[in-house]
Design a protein around this ligand. Sequence first.
Ligand SMILES: [Zn+2]
Length: 323
Amino acid sequence: MEKVSRCPVCNSISLTRLGDHTYEFPGDDVKNNLISKKYVRRWILFKHILKTDDKSTVFQVDMCGDCGFIFSNPRFTAEEMELKYKLIDELGSVKARVSNYPEKYRDMRAKRIFDLVDGCRGDLGLTGSARVLDYGGQGGVNLKYFDENGYACEVIDYEEWPMPGNVKYAGRTLNDVQGNPEIVLCNHTLEHVVDPVDFVSGIANVMNNDSLLYIEVPLGAFYREYQRVMDIEPLTHVNFFSEQSLKEVCDRAGLNTHYLKTEYQQLQTVKYWCINIVVGKAPARENIKPRSTSSQLGKKWGYFGEMAVDRLMNRVRKAAGMS
Ligand SMILES: [Zn+2]
């Protein structure tokens, strides 16, 4: 790990500290706590990354004054992240959790992604089936509608999962992918990587001039997100995006923004505020202006309010027997 004094996205030295988070060593009984992400990740942090007998450690959250990127500090090295995924894979902890996800929500989500990306392709005059790559796509569930509509679907992930329909597992990294996919999906991955610009640039390298990349991340520039996630453990989310910083990452990777929106949307088990962006090498039809990190941080009560209204409406619908 390395404490940094420059923004990992834009290299600015203008950093503001948003807060500190302290973590305790959870104990040595990891095999009996695989269902607990908090236990597993804290155990990996202390035993395999810090390699310390200390019983607690502190991370801080910083915000860049120039590009608005919010991130945990110290930063992990690429090797430490690789080690983390290797250990998670060996422990089988993700599969233990994901196997419980309800199918109804998985479908809803897969349909939304298909409609959005297919719509963006249509706007660019691109029609018909194409090659789709889901980067970090676990068991390929987000590819359901692409697969059903005749797209050739592949997944890269650090674990190999059983795949539905005609979806294929390509391997662990972009190096395992042959040729150039016309669509790349990258759901809830960018908040985990050490160097987001390098990561998106790597994807851009395998894209054609007409290819589109869909990125979905949790809205990190939201009090509940960076505070709550960082309070649990510091190994999972290391980047907390706003529209501004997400677009900045894509700009720096040489990709133009075709769609950008922050929405309260259904994920695999919960509804949550997420940023959706579609980018590509093709020129964008309009100049999309991102919401700034400070404006998204400032909308805290608005985001909480909309979540509360949504929950209330669901309760009303349930009581009325509508769902
Ligand atoms: Zn920055």
